[in-house]
Write a protein that binds this ligand. Structure first.
Ligand SMILES: Nc1ncnc2c1ncn2[C@@H]1O[C@H](COP(=O)(O)OP(=O)(O)OP(=O)(O)O)[C@@H](O)[C@H]1O
Ligand SMILES: [Mg+2]
Length: 326
């Protein structure tokens, strides 16, 4: 079977680490030339899925086609179709930007003239021309990420995988990475697959799959997901526990945060008027939200994505980076 109509076709992909099921019968279809986001909390299975699709890890069950190539039967062809930016930095710190790219080009048998031209174009795209001959050790985290993106594209892949490309970066660098990805998608014949646990980042993607505990729990455009699973919500800070209990009894509780605030479904007609008339004097604060991807995640999982996992994840990554630098 040659599934050339989609960039990626995944059917029933399952991966276990011992007794732990990291991917549970994952099905996915990613069309050509889209920006596709795989959104999920810490430990959801994002990296496991990317590693399998990049053919560096074998699945226990299921099939996947990458640019029409079966990852099991045609791994070399599948690999030729892809570029990868791994979650963990993988540049050689002792080499210059140019040397890192040039080495990658040689490994992929990119011809000398093409290599030179590609390196010039890509360094310009990620705004690193002036650092061409600087040793990568001196680069900021954002500059290293940009160089990794350039490197992943040097052999002209059809599909670019990026595993949490923006984690640990400041807001400006994160915005920069997304703007390069957007330019790439428009300029080149490229499908971009990005994993992230930053919900706000996937708002502008064409298609989003939400993964939790190794299962794809929803898949569609951000608008589709919001229409299907989004809720108008109210986040209420009750005055005391008695009011909290009364609120929960009346409206149910989508989520209770550690600070004591309660999120309820505010979609019913006239909710705000009725709520304020009854509870207005017995609450400290209330804010109303239109359907958002946060509310989609909350509806589907009963948890907030940025609850605990994301911050822990950042701390761990920052510690790992510090460790490597010293
Ligand atoms: N080599 C391994 N051996 C055992 N368990 C593993 C291994 N790699 C991952 N896991 C477990 O499998 C699950 C999925 O991990 P994975 O790294 O794919 O998640 P992730 O979504 O990429 O998480 P993160 O946001 O931390 O990058 C986690 O529970 C993780 O602890
Ligand atoms: Mg990961």
């Amino acid at each position: 079977m040659n599934q050339t109509s989609s960039a990626i076709e995944v059917t029933g992909l399952t991966k276990r680490y011992g007794n732990m099921t990291a991917l549970d019968a994952v099905n996915l279809s990613v069309p050509n030339n889209v920006m596709f986001a795989l959104l999920g909390p810490n430990g959801a299975g994002k990296t496991t899925l990317i590693h399998i699709l990049c053919t560096i890890m074998a699945a226990d069950e299921g099939t996947a086609f990458i640019g029409g190539a079966d990852i099991r039967r045609q791994p070399v062809q599948a690999r030729r179709n892809i570029g990868v930016v791994f979650q963990e930095p993988s540049l050689d710190d002792r080499l210059t930007a140019f040397e890192n790219l040039d080495f990658h080009g040689r490994v992929y048998n990119v011809k000398a003239a093409e290599r030179r031209q590609g390196i010039d174009e890509l360094l310009a795209l990620v705004e690193l021309e002036d650092w061409r001959h600087a040793v990568v050790r001196t680069f900021s985290s954002g500059m290293k990420r940009r160089l990794e993106i350039a490197r992943a594209l040097l052999h002209k892949p059809k599909i670019l995988f990026l595993d949490e490309p923006t984690v640990g970066l400041d807001a400006q660098s994160r915005a920069g990475i997304w703007s390069y990805l957007d330019i790439l998608r428009r300029q080149r014949d490229l499908t971009v697959v990005v994993t992230t646990h930053y919900i706000e980042e996937v708002e502008n993607c064409d298609q989003v799959a939400i993964i939790d505990h190794g299962k794809i729990i929803a898949d569609g455009s951000p608008l589709d997901l919001k229409r299907q699973f989004g809720k108008e919500t109210a986040r209420i800070m009750p005055r005391d526990a008695a009011v909290a209990a009364e609120l929960t009894q009346k409206y149910g509780c989508l989520q209770q945060a550690k600070d004591g605030s309660i999120v309820v479904d505010a979609g019913a007609p006239g909710f705000a008027d009725g709520f304020l008339a009854e509870f207005g004097t017995r609450i400290r604060q209330v804010s109303f939200d239109t359907p958002s991807l946060e509310s989609v995640f909350l509806t589907l999982t009963g948890r907030e994505l940025r609850d605990r996992g994301a911050d822990e994840h950042e701390k761990r990554n920052a510690a790992a980076r510090r460790g490597r630098r010293s």
